[in-house]
Ligand binder design. Structure first.
Ligand code: ADP
Length: 594
């Protein structure tokens, strides 16, 4: 992205703060005028002193002169302080407002994106966060730079140049010839340093991460005796850091010296030229100071150009990643118009195939019916495509080909949000937010009363455990054990009370007692609802009304437990293996002996 493209993209965010922008431009103008006061006052002083000297000094006039220039210089300084303060405040205000607006917009935008957007590698949690944070940060710096650095410095320079030309065409010409050379040097410096700063930053981050990793994995490092390896890894990193830092310093010192030299050439040329005109009596002696100070006003901004250029460059790099996220129009979750009140909950899949965005084909021509009000189990080895099927039924992904119908209508025709309100999803590992237990359960139904929350928690066999915690329902949910967190997810489901329920190994992380309790609660909620369960637990499979056996993305067997077991196919194989893993013979002997 180039400078103008960024400005165009940022304009909608800056526009609401047009008063701040106008104030900043106004202050810039005053600041630029104030910056020219010193040269003018100095010229006046030198000329007046000169004429006083040649006329013979009158104490009264000398005093008047001193009072006058002191008043002007102090007054100007006062204005300068106010302008600087105002500019910083306005710039900072703009930066803070913009930063918040950009971050909020990015969050609102990604919330509208479909699940697949977040599941892709390039948008892994950390990467997405870095891109948004860096983007928002460097874009706000970009805007602040424009208002606090770029505009004031350049307004100052242009005004000084105009004054030089007005004073004398040739002096103006010298200043305008030196300026591009100076400008070019700054440009070259920035070009050479391009990427070095970013490289330095990433090396520093790597160094911090390295230390973090060492501390975090110290037990592994020590047990495998990898101290030396880790030490060398860090050493190499330090060396790279040293190289990059030295390169940056070397370039900066060289160019700073060159720029000072060119600036001095400018100063000398202007002194010679002005002195010539003074001797020719075309100018007064005050012009020498006047021109040198104006020239300083012209060259000061360019001296800082490489820094501004560098920051702008960084903003442009990160802006690209940031706006790419905001522009992912094709990631916006699709939704239909269809709103249903009394959902029956019959799903039908016709020739459904699905390929993940990374190219993995997970489903091949799947045909199945999930009758309303029944419990259906998906059985299969891991990687068979069971979770993928649930993802499609929740509309997290669209089938690559084929059709999914719900109550006879295409799933894509349904309003996605309203549809999801009717579906309860419990996964093997459910996300528990940082926050209290109550907040986490209430996520199932935000407007639930405390009594409703407690009733749901009781059904998930969690109430008594919560009561025993020092802070009860106010305790931090993330500090609960895996099994307890799972019960929170199940309590959420009870609170939501949806007509359709999808369970993806809901009891996988529970102990035996909890599994039995939860199974009882789930059995109770299954009544009159469409339930799809993925489970390795034989007891949950046996209970279902219909079983679909999946193998490598295809449905290979359909039927009830009894029918499938007799068929002696994949189902029997999986079933027997599960039974053997439970060591059923010995269990039976123990129970018999009882
Ligand atoms: P199951 O639930 O039966 O264990 P999955 O539905 O999770 O199986 O996976 C089916 C296939 O799809 C596997 O080959 C798996 O590697 C692949 N897969 C699952 N999730 C993704 C994903 N987000 N991106 C790419 N491939 C995936």
């Amino acid at each position: 992205m180039n400078f103008w493209q960024i400005i165009v993209r940022l304009w909608p965010f800056v526009r609401p703060h047009h008063i701040l922008v106008t104030a900043s431009l106004f202050l810039t103008l005053i600041g630029a005028v104030a910056a020219q006061v010193n040269p003018i006052v100095l010229r006046y002083t030198v000329d007046t002193v000169d004429s006083l000297l040649s006329q013979g000094i009158h104490a009264q006039e000398a005093t008047r002169l001193l009072v006058f220039i002191s008043a002007v210089l102090f007054g100007k300084e006062l204005v300068n302080i106010l302008v600087k303060y105002g500019q910083s405040m306005v710039g900072e205000n703009l930066r803070i407002q913009l930063s918040s607006a950009l971050s909020q917009f990015a969050i609102e935008r990604i919330l509208t994106y479909r699940y697949a957007f977040f599941a892709g590698d390039e948008n892994a949690t950390g990467k997405l966060q870095t891109r948004i944070d860096r983007g928002a940060e460097s874009l706000t710096m970009f805007v602040k730079n424009i208002f606090v650095d770029l505009l004031p410095l350049f307004a100052n320079a242009i005004l000084a140049l105009v004054l030089m030309f007005t004073a004398n065409f040739y002096v103006g010409l010298v200043a305008s010839i030196i300026t591009p050379v100076y400008f070019l040097l700054s440009w070259r410096q920035a070009g050479l340093l391009k990427g070095v700063r970013r490289g330095l930053r990433s090396l520093r981050e790597e160094k911090t991460n390295g230390l973090f990793n060492i501390i975090e994995s110290i037990i592994v490092i020590k047990s495998f005796v990898r101290e030396e390896y880790e030490r060398d890894k860090q050493y190499r990193l330090q060396q790279n850091l040293i190289d990059a830092q030295l390169k940056q310093r070397k370039t900066n010192y060289l160019f700073d010296a060159l720029k000072t030299f060119i600036e001095q050439v400018g100063v000398v040329l202007i002194i010679i030229l002005t002195a010539y005109f003074v001797l020719e009596e075309q100018m007064t002696i005050g012009a020498i100071m006047f021109h040198i100070m104006l020239f300083n006003n012209v060259s000061a901004p360019i001296r800082q150009l490489h820094r501004i250029y560098d920051q702008m460059n960084e903003a442009m790099t990160y802006a690209e990643g940031f706006f790419e996220i905001l522009d992912a129009d094709d990631a916006i979750e699709e939704t239909g118009e269809l709103v249903v009140e009394g959902l029956k909950g019959e799903f039908e899949l016709r020739e459904v195939s699905f390929i993940y965005p990374n190219g993995t084909q997970a489903l091949w021509n799947v045909n199945m019916t999930i009758p309303a009000g029944s419990t259906v189990a998906f059985v299969g080895l891991s990687g068979a495509g069971k979770s993928t099927l649930l993802n499609l039924l929740c509309k997290f992904y669209q089938p690559t080909s084929g059709q999914i119908l719900l109550d006879g209508k295409d799933l894509s025709a349904y309003d996605t949000h309203l549809l999801r309100r009717k579906i309860g999803l419990v996964l093997q590992k459910n996300h528990i937010f940082r926050g209290s237990i109550e907040e986490n359960i209430r996520y199932g139904y935000m407007r639930a009363t405390k009594e409703e929350v407690i009733a749901a928690t009781k059904k998930a066999y969690l109430h008594e455990q919560v009561e025993r915690l020092p802070n009860g329902y106010e305790s931090e949910a993330q500090s609960l054990s895996g099994g307890q967190q799972q019960r929170i997810a199940i309590a959420r489901l009870f609170l939501k009370d949806p007509p359709v329920i999808f369970l993806d190994e809901p009891t996988a992380s529970l102990d035996a007692i909890a599994t039995e309790q939860i199974k009882n609660s789930l059995d109770a909620i299954k009544e009159n609802r469409t339930v799809v369960v993925i489970s390795h637990s034989i007891s949950q499979i046996i209970d279902s009304d219909l079983i679909y056996v999946l193998k490598e993305g295809r449905v290979v067997e359909i039927g009830t437990h009894a029918e499938l077991y007799d068929r002696k196919g994949t189902y029997t194989e999986i079933f027997n293996a599960s039974a053997r893993s439970l060591n059923l013979d010995k269990i039976a002997q123990t129970l018999d002996a009882d």
